[in-house]
Design a protein around this ligand. Structure first.
Ligand SMILES: NC(=O)C1=CN([C@@H]2O[C@H](COP(=O)(O)OP(=O)(O)OC[C@H]3O[C@@H](n4cnc5c(N)ncnc54)[C@H](O)[C@@H]3O)[C@@H](O)[C@H]2O)C=CC1
Ligand SMILES: O=C(O)[C@@H]1CCC=N1
Length: 274
């Protein structure tokens, strides 16, 4: 599979780390980014090809991943559109941008239909990402399989019928790793304030997230039951959870996740209106 990335920033680098040598050889990956610093590491690490601007190697690929900021998508599409119109085959365009709707991207690409909109996350870097995906009108069954193979190579895929739900995916799992790191940072800080070294406290916080997430993944029980099993009446967990409830932590988290989804919709409205 020949894959071209437009944008070689954080998320592209995470995807490439998971893809190179696993889904396709590094030499089959081409990355376009005007920032040489973004390309240098990728080139050295994976032996892929690079360019500072969109070139023929992009449209020669079977899959073109658009991995620029939402605000740059329209310009990128404007550059890509005449090149796509010239090639004989229809490469699959995969957008990972938050907010940008497939119909707007299709319009910017001159009515192009072979578009998969998806929302990956940075654990793709270690093959443990999770990606929500939706196929636009002109995607063939073979292209859908290809998109699935690509993203399944860096973790788990979840296809959705309703593109409107991608903002929810963005809010829960696209942005989600940041919430987890934020929570881990808070736990680490508390551990240090209680006398642990930063390294000890980080190892305990990280190990706890890894173990609890794996347990939740393997268990048939609801999360609330798993939580209750840790919580002895009148014990330490009870003290912590009572404090969290009093501080409104659960409400704050649900409100925050909904704010991320609202921002996704807002980006789609703002940028799609262009
Ligand atoms: N960072 C994350 O965890 C996730 C990001 N995304 C999406 O991925 C996209 C990229 O986000 P990040 O990687 O975090 O941003 P980033 O800022 O790290 O990377 C964007 C890259 O695009 C490059 N770029 C700008 N204009 C360009 C152009 N005309 N042609 C080629 N390259 C160009 C920049 O030089 C930069 O290296 C965004 O649309 C974001 O919504 C999606 C899921 C998760
Ligand atoms: O923060 C953002 O907008 C991107 C999309 C999901 C994760 N990072």
């Amino acid at each position: 599979m020949k894959i071209a990335f437009i944008g070689g920033g954080n998320m592209a680098a995470a995807l490439i780390a998971g893809l190179a040598g696993r889904v396709t050889p590094g030499a089959n990956i081409h990355v376009v980014d005007p920032n040489p610093a973004a390309l240098e590491h990728l080139q050295r690490e994976y032996g892929l090809t690079t360019a500072a601007a969109i070139d023929a190697a992009v449209t020669a690929a079977e899959v073109i991943v658009l991995a620029v900021k939402p605000q740059n998508m329209r310009d990128v599409a404007a550059t890509l559109q005449p090149l796509l119109a010239l090639v004989g085959h229809q490469p699959l365009v995969v957008s990972i941008a938050a907010g940008i709707r497939a119909r707007d991207l299709s319009r910017w690409l001159g009515g192009y239909g072979a578009i998969v909109r998806c929302m990956p996350n940075t654990p793709a870097l270690i093959g443990m990402g999770i990606t929500g995906m939706v196929a636009y009108d002109g995607v063939t069954a073979a292209q859908r399989t290809m998109a699935d193979q690509m993203l399944a190579g860096v973790g788990t895929t979840m296809w959705l019928d309703d593109e409107g739900l991608i903002d929810a995916v963005t809010a829960v799992s696209g942005s989600g790793p940041a919430y987890v790191f934020y929570f881990m940072e808070a736990m680490q800080q508390a551990g240090v304030e209680l006398g642990l070294t930063p390294a000890q406290s980080l190892a305990l916080a990280q190990g706890t997230f890894a173990g609890a997430a794996a347990l939740a993944g393997r268990s048939e029980e609801p999360l609330s039951t798993l939580r209750e099993r840790v919580t002895s009446k009148g014990g330490t967990t009870y003290a912590a959870l009572t404090s969290m409830e009093a501080a409104g932590v659960k409400d704050a988290v649900t409100t925050a996740v909904k704010a991320a989804a609202a921002r996704g919709r807002e980006l789609g409205d703002e940028l799609g209106a262009q």
